[in-house]
Design a protein around this ligand. Sequence first.
Ligand SMILES: [Fe+2]
Ligand SMILES: [Fe+2]
Length: 279
Amino acid sequence: MTTTTLPTPANLSITPRDRRFGRDTATPRLWHGGRVEATAIYNALSSTFPIGEAYFVESVRAFREGTPPKLAEEIKAFTTQEAIHSREHDAFNKRAELAGYDLSKLEERVRERLAITRDRPPIVNVAATMALEHFTAILAHELLKDPRHLEGAEPEAANLWRWHSVEEIEHKGVAYDTWLYATRDWPRWKRWKVKAKVMLLVTRNFVVDRTAGSLELMRQDGVTGLKAWSLLMTYLWVRPGVFRKIAGAWFKFFLPGFHPWNEDDRDLIASAEKALAEG
Ligand SMILES: [Fe+2]
Ligand SMILES: [Fe+2]
């Protein structure tokens, strides 16, 4: 049997913060600084969360039984955090619908993607979750690190994204550790091959689907064709360029010895929590 290292910090505590956002005021349609493309990408991401996070929870929980007590506890806290995220993004999505957007096409796409894994062995679901959780963790890191990403956003909406980012960083090792534990008897090459293959597939789908979803929402705002494409590409890849900025962290996933906690970014959690507490 191969030995498994679980380098999640021993003193990490995963704390669900049961908060509610934007319940008292309507969210403006173009809540992200009045910008069509910025609003579109965040709305596109948000539309995937309630369905996606339920899938993450289901996938990881299927392996909870028999895991070491620390990991079992972390899976429990992860489940609670994701459930609350879904509740808040569901409320956020309803406000986007009230503002006039139709998210049904985007949600349908997520359901279609996830349906593909239904007939596969449960470990495939954990692998997909682990890859997507790496995505959310590096996006969260970038959102908290560089204030330009949420600059100009309506304050309650910005806080929702900050709060979600805090918890995504906090639980970033859970799906990965579950994967490590579930595949502890696999040969190294097989682990790497499956992990790399799943990540490449998930990345392609993520980039293609979120781009298409954003363009669909921009179309609902009357922005189409080359103009929509160039606004969105500039926003995602150039300025503030969130996709470009996470590329390095994305690539680290493929390196031998990778673990989400190889980079301890809890300082970002601390500073964001301070900002959230202040309002
Ligand atoms: Fe989440
Ligand atoms: Fe997560």
